[in-house]
Design a protein around this ligand. Structure first.
Ligand code: ZN
Length: 290
């Protein structure tokens, strides 16, 4: 390989460039996908799937995330039976029906979001967590409906609302039905906020497209995990459109914080305690409804 190509390759794989393709390595010992150091799997598990060497945050499933954020045995799922239909009988190479069947088998979920009630340090919250393993965490009509029903439940029960996002954006296999979820979820958040209830959004790697452009960005406090990719269009599409190279770290959590688009970058290990402190501040103790 010519030495110039080697440098180019190194540049593409720079740890500062967030990527959505990194998953937790398997085996007793593994090589970190970011810093290349050898890590002991148990240490990775104990550290909430954050590399103990470089701090790289591996992707969590929705259930792992719920376990991380809520008090043990307190989460109760709602609307667990809701899942996508295929109104357009969509086909692009493979059918949408086949993609749905594959996603259900791979993720063991019925949809790309889990919603429910749970306690965070004793405070009951309405919690929605997206799962990237289900068709890239994309938002179709069932995802939008589950989120709206959680918001309505949180209004009825006066619960703080926490939504954790991990999504490539709208689910294009549902065409306009997926796009209208942006307006539907945004309107529901608007209704929720008129009651003066606190909404905290937690953006994880990646949060893109119609999810960023709707409920994810409408929270009272927007938190992101370190080095998450956050934006509307992906970096490659932007580069192809503007025909320019975009800067290193563009659309990372850190760059979003610097430009005032989010409020905090919080490491995974401090996420629960941070949310708990924020809830206490936002509700001035009223949220202690346990
Ligand atoms: Zn590492």
């Amino acid at each position: 390989m010519p030495i110039r190509d080697w440098f180019n390759k190194k540049k593409i794989r720079s740890p500062k460039q967030p990527t959505s393709k990194r998953t937790v390595p398997v085996g007793i010992w593994s090589k970190c996908a970011d810093c290349n150091k050898i890590i002991y799997q148990k240490e990775l598990f104990d550290n909430h799937f954050v590399c103990p060497e470089c701090g790289h945050h591996y992707r969590l499933s929705a259930w792992q995330r719920i376990k991380l954020l809520t008090d043990p045995e307190t989460f109760r799922e709602t609307e667990s039976g809701l899942s996508a239909k295929d109104p357009l009988k969509f086909k692009a190479g493979k059918t949408y029906a086949a993609s749905l069947a594959r996603a259900k088998k791979k993720s063991r979920l019925k949809e790309a979001v889990i919603t429910g009630r749970g306690k965070i340090n004793g405070v009951t919250v309405g919690l929605a967590v997206m799962d990237f393993n289900f068709i890239g965490g994309s938002m179709g009509s069932a995802v939008g409906e589950k989120i709206v029903r959680l918001i309505e439940l949180s209004i009825a029960e006066k619960l703080p609302l926490i939504i954790v996002t991990s999504s490539g954006g709208a689910r294009m296999q549902e065409g306009v039905f997926s796009l209208m979820q942006m307006a539907k979820t945004s309107a529901a958040i608007g209704r929720y906020q008129r009651f003066g209830l606190p909404y905290i959004s937690i953006l994880t790697n990646p949060t893109m497209g119609g999810v960023t452009a709707s409920f994810a960005s409408l929270a009272d406090i927007i938190i992101a995990e370190p080095q998450a990719l956050i934006g509307f269009a992906g970096p490659r599409i932007i580069e192809q459109t503007i025909k320019k190279k975009i800067p290193e770290g563009f659309q990372s959590s850190e760059s979003m914080l610097k430009n005032g688009q989010i409020d905090m970058v919080v490491e995974r290990g401090r996420l629960k305690s941070t949310v708990s402190t924020l809830l206490a501040m936002l509700t001035l103790g009223e949220a202690a409804n346990a």
